[in-house]
Design a protein around this ligand. Structure first.
Ligand SMILES: [Zn+2]
Length: 160
């Protein structure tokens, strides 16, 4: 049996359609599966990839794409201020608590507080971030139109 141009063309077409060698052999007639594979090899038809390999290739190409580096979660800086004991705390001092009130190490920031706020500038910012988050969570949890509780509001207006 010989490979006429027609048969080669058919082989190429079926091969390109992704038919198996056995299917192509059946279609052509008179050739074995091995003969089809051998001919395809001699014709330098691109070696076909199984769906699994194709998937792998896809994953590869995705992997090679530059992945955005994960940024570490932003930590709230630990700022303890002057670590003033409660007994030394005055009403001009930041009342940001440090540590566990049950322990002796417990202290307050003690830095000069901002006008109208119980905290110094640093702690006011931290407090504001926390309350912003709390308000977000609050809104998500309740989804009511009652508005946000007043105690979560911190006014940052300071006219000196
Ligand atoms: Zn403070």
């Amino acid at each position: 049996m010989s490979w006429s141009d027609d048969r080669v063309a058919l082989l190429k077409r079926l091969w390109g359609e992704g038919k198996t060698a056995a299917e192509i052999a059946k279609e052509l007639g008179g050739v074995t599966r091995n003969a089809v594979i051998g001919k395809a090899h001699r014709l330098k038809l691109s070696s076909r990839v199984s769906p699994i390999q194709q998937n792998k290739k896809k994953v590869r190409s995705n992997d090679s794409a530059p992945a955005a580096p994960r940024r570490p979660a932003k930590k709230v800086p630990i700022f303890k201020g002057k670590e003033v004991k409660m007994i030394d705390l005055t009403d001009k001092m930041c009342r940001w608590p440090n540590g566990d009130p049950q322990t002796e190490e417990f202290s307050f920031c003690g830095c000069q507080k901002m006008e109208g706020l119980p905290y110094c500038e640093t702690h006011a910012q931290i407090a504001y971030q926390i309350t912003s988050k709390a308000r977000e969570l609050n809104a998500k949890d309740f989804q009511s139109d009652a508005g946000s509780p007043d105690d979560l509001e911190i006014k940052t207006v300071s006219n000196g």
